[in-house]
Design a protein around this ligand. Structure first.
Ligand code: DGL
Length: 281
């Protein structure tokens, strides 16, 4: 009789500056339930979106090293558009495991959705200033008009995901963006949510976009790309039938109670105990 060994499920590290990246984790768990996940929200240093490339790179590299060195992550998903746009190289240099960002999958999804070849992108200040989405879209033959929406992250972090103030802020941002697009002769038919906090606002955003415009969730497209990456590198049998169900451990650098309170809404399941981590200043 031959004994069959089943390789353990993969450990996947997921990182965001806050807990918006739990939307990516939610999509990952749906697609790859038989895995261990370690999620880090660098809540003490949020927002990244208003900081310089140098600072974002340092914070993101330290966070990635925590997930790989302390939590044994074999793959990293950077569930933060700002860190993906400005620090993907720095993260790749800092850890010896495959790293996936959210910009390229988001641009790929925009390409699949757009018939006119013109797309809109909403994101943080830092992501917009990097023009990472414009470059990734251009590489796919798309014209992209990007707009910073700095008020949206604090509204999501406040839990105001279905609040009239948030709806009004979204309406103003999108009116400005579509007017700019028209002034530039663009005919956009897709809107990329270029920040991992924005999927939480999706119902409000869908109500505010012009009819017929596709709303692209970079969390969904990043999770799809991550599944391909992980499955392509797994030993046969790993994460297969008979493995334990999903294991999730969450870490935050601050506001553990708030993470526990709001995180379940983002993840659509209990986040469980959240451990506090000190990554320095
Ligand atoms: N998670 C960040 C992103 O996706 C937004 C929050 C921040 O500014 O740190 O861009």
């Amino acid at each position: 009789m031959t004994s069959q060994t089943i390789a353990p499920p993969p450990t996947i590290g997921v990182f965001d500056s806050g807990f918006g990246g739990l939307t990516v984790l939610r999509s990952l768990v749906r697609r790859m339930p038989r895995a261990r996940y370690a999620f880090l929200g660098d809540t003490a240093r949020l927002p990244y979106g208003s900081k310089s490339r140098r600072t974002i790179a340092r914070y993101a590299a330290e966070s990635a090293q925590f997930l790989v060195r302390e939590q044994g992550a074999q793959f990293l998903v950077i569930a933060c558009n700002t860190a993906s746009a400005l620090a993907l190289d720095a993260i790749q240099d800092a850890v010896p495991v495959p790293v996936l960002g959210v910009i390229e999958p988001g641009a790929t999804a925009a390409h699949a959705a757009s018939k006119t070849g013109d797309v809109l992108v909403i994101a943080t200040d830092a992501t917009v200033q990097s023009h990472a989405y414009a470059a990734a879209c251009l590489a796919r033959g798309l014209r992209a008009l990007e707009k910073a929406c700095p008020l949206l992250v604090p509204l999501v972090e406040e839990g105001w995901t279905n609040h009239p103030v948030t709806a009004e802020v979204i309406r103003i941002y999108l009116d400005e963006l579509t007017a700019d697009a028209a002034a530039q002769g663009l005919n956009p038919d897709a809107l990329v949510l270029g920040c991992t906090h924005y999927p939480l606002l999706r119902p409000l955003i869908e109500r505010a976009v012009p009819a017929g415009m596709a709303v692209i969730d970079s969390a969904e497209s990043a999770a799809e790309a991550a599944v391909r990456l992980v499955n392509g590198q797994l030993a046969p049998g790993a994460g297969g039938v008979g493995e334990p169900a999903t294991i999730i451990r969450c870490f935050a650098t601050d506001s553990v109670e708030k993470f526990e309170r709001l995180g379940s809404r983002f993840l659509e399941r209990p986040v469980g105990q959240v451990d506090l981590v000190d990554l320095g200043g």
